[in-house]
Design a protein around this ligand. Structure first.
Ligand SMILES: [Zn+2]
Length: 312
């Protein structure tokens, strides 16, 4: 199998200040772990391009795209940070990072659909799944996965795609964007209650939301996936899978209280690859979301990529 790995140095340039968990070192932890485990030799590295306004506009309100672009361009020009919500702020490097993060997801989609790679992983930040149609929040600016899913549908003409979200937090932004779009099935699990305190009641019939109580472990997650995700995915038969790959449900991650370990991410990735193999010609694009314990993040991404690359 060939696995493309999209990233860009500009994604390190987004900096929300000392002590913020969504920090540039997250990407270093991933590259270090891939090097240490020899996995870097198994994937094809690509520099992510910048997303265009038209691509972003497939998931976001046009007014929001322009407004946010202006705010980020101002932060870039002035060299001064600008707070967008209590835990999300723009630094001078945010514009370039956010455009490359969404651009990575789009380019990965092109590479997989055009057959240049079997699947792809985007090691990018800022993450995207809390960004709604018209609002930046929860460390997120543009919704990378939703932009990519719409690109597959609206640009490449696919008819059905699935978005799978295994971040510990509910992907409220993605839900806001895709609820009611019957071309998209969104399946997720998340700790509940936990930020952003949504998701217990799905906002559309195209959502499979699985709230997990704090301290749930791998066995609970696997049971939920087998009983709720897989039947829905089988019935929907997606032509491509997009993964909001957050690794903050890891037991060592302090932003949530779930108890997943690397083996759980390997199992989950295998289940998703099997669904993609049965229905989607194996097409999977996975985008980094959360994951804040640097060691656990590096190891979990390596495990996920190892399965994607067929080496596990
Ligand atoms: Zn998260």
């Amino acid at each position: 199998m060939s696995t493309a790995f999209f990233s860009h140095t500009a994604c390190r340039g987004h900096d929300m200040g000392a002590g913020h968990p969504e920090c540039p070192q997250r990407l270093d932890a991933i590259t270090d772990q891939l090097r240490a485990s020899g996995l870097d030799a198994l994937v094809q590295p690509h520099d992510a391009p910048e997303a265009t306004m038209a691509q972003l506009g497939r998931a976001h309100e046009t007014g929001y795209v322009h407004e946010l672009y202006d705010v980020l361009a101002q932060a870039q020009a002035s060299g001064r940070p600008r707070a967008l919500d209590p835990d999300t702020s723009a630094s001078p490097g945010t514009l370039a990072a956010a455009l490359r993060a969404a651009g990575a997801a789009v380019a990965a989609t092109d590479a997989v659909i055009e057959g240049r790679a079997d699947n792809a992983f985007c090691a990018v930040r800022p993450p995207g799944h809390h960004a709604t149609r018209g609002q930046a929040m929860g460390f997120c600016f543009f919704n990378n996965v939703a932009v990519a899913a719409r690109h597959a549908l609206d640009h490449h003409g696919l008819q059905r795609v699935a978005i799978v979200d295994f971040d510990v937090h509910h992907g409220n932004g993605t839900e806001d964007i895709v609820a009611g779009d019957e071309r998209i099935l969104m399946v997720s699990f998340f700790q509940h209650p936990l930020y952003p305190y949504s998701g217990a009641v799905p906002r559309g019939t195209n959502m499979v939301n699985v709230p997990l109580p704090p301290y749930s472990r791998g066995e609970h997650m696997r049971q939920a996936v087998e009983q709720q995700w897989l039947p829905a995915l089988e019935a929907f038969a997606p032509q491509m899978l997009f993964i909001s790959a957050g690794f903050d449900a890891h037991r060592e991650d302090e932003l949530g209280q779930l108890g997943l370990v690397e083996d759980d991410y390997a199992w989950l990735t295998r289940q998703l690859l099997a669904v993609a193999g049965r229905h989607a010609g194996g097409r999977v694009v996975s985008c980094l979301e959360g994951g804040y314990h640097l060691g656990a993040l590096g190891r979990s991404v390596a495990t996920h990529l190892k399965v994607l690359a067929g080496a596990h």
